[in-house]
Write a protein that binds this ligand. Structure first.
Ligand SMILES: [Zn+2]
Length: 338
């Protein structure tokens, strides 16, 4: 099969590698679409993925072969590449390892995921794509689950106000998840005009460009001078976490959703008198994938404006796409079609 193999030093090569064959409890999934995640871009940018790895965890496709004891799936079932409940003992190390470090443990050697024509999965791993959701939309279930997880992980209560820093895919999904969870208003900070426009289309009550306006002044004006109850940092830039602490309300909460790979400057004296709480949110749990699918199926959340009308890129276009994604962009979500 054809795969975009990471070769180290920010290089992908398109190679012919053996098509895996399912063991008794496994299924082989033909990948129809795989969305490019910011964490894949980090693995590329910081050259963290071991050479030989095939990245891509946001994929959807079709079961094409089942192992001899598999009862849950049949050839032709449309599935998302994750979200299933792990049996005892097979939980993700992100949840079970007492000292899990994503930088050093996040990209296991030799894994073959969605930037390939086929992916081998355990029977329990995938979940079914409901009718009415396209394969391309279904590929966005994982990032949607991350946004759902962030909101569920927060102290957000019905009627609270929210600010979201960064309207990339995760910011736009967190915006919609916060609204679905009962936020009274969601204010977004974003510098890219296209992303700002989509945020407004998706229900943002205001979008502020922090390069043109003073974020804290604008947010104060929108919240009677108090600031929002919850601020989600979905950007993770050197300036944004401190910004989040500055704009949040007295005793409010800052939730870090983006994954900053560099040290971030903080000036706690400016905001610590407000006794703010801080929560890191990490990835998602299987239940969040199901909640994400429910939100999509019921129309309370849409991924359509994120994937837009942009043509899915072939594996051969990945090198260029990743190079583009390491620079600030107006782009929303890029999707690969192996
Ligand atoms: Zn992802």
């Amino acid at each position: 099969m054809k795969a975009a193999v990471y070769k180290g030093k920010q290089r992908f090569e398109i190679e012919e590698i053996p098509t895996p064959s399912p063991g008794p409890e496994q299924v082989l999934v033909k990948v129809h679409f795989c969305a490019i995640c910011g964490t894949d871009v980090h693995a590329f940018l910081y050259d963290i993925a071991p050479p030989g790895t095939v990245l891509g965890h946001e994929f959807a496709g079709e079961v094409v072969e089942v192992g001899s004891t598999v009862t849950k799936w049949q050839v032709g079932d449309r599935v998302i590449g994750g979200g299933g409940d792990p049996p005892p003992g097979q939980e993700s190390p992100t949840r079970s390892h007492p000292r899990y470090n994503y930088r050093t443990m996040g990209f296991p050697e030799g894994s073959i995921r969605g930037y390939a024509e086929f992916v081998l999965m355990e029977e329990w791993q995938p979940i079914l794509i409901p009718d009415g959701i396209t394969d391309e939309e279904a590929a966005m279930c994982e990032p949607t689950a991350v946004a759902v997880h962030a909101v569920r992980n927060s102290d957000l209560k019905l009627g609270d106000s929210v600010a979201i820093i960064g309207a990339g895919p995760i910011g736009l999904l967190t915006l919609q998840s916060a609204k679905a969870a009962g936020a009274s208003a969601v204010y977004v900070s974003e510098i890219a005009p296209e992303r700002a426009r989509v945020a407004l289309d998706l229900g943002a009550d205001a979008v502020i460009n922090p390069l043109e306006q003073e974020l804290q002044t604008e947010i104060d004006a929108l919240t009677d001078g108090r600031g929002p109850n919850i601020v989600f940092d979905c950007a993770g830039f050197p300036s944004t976490l401190d910004q989040a602490f500055n704009v949040v309300r007295h005793t409010g909460q800052v939730v870090l959703v983006a994954v900053p790979w560099e040290e971030l400057p903080l000036k706690p004296v400016d905001w610590m008198a407000r006794e703010i709480s801080f929560k890191a949110s990490w990835g998602s749990l299987p239940g969040d994938w199901h909640r994400a699918m429910d939100l999509m199926s019921s129309g309370r959340l849409t991924v359509k404006p994120l994937i837009g009308d942009v043509e899915a890129i072939p594996l051969e276009g990945m090198q260029e796409a990743f190079e583009g994604l390491t620079k600030p962009s107006n782009e929303l979500q890029l999707v690969v079609r192996p």
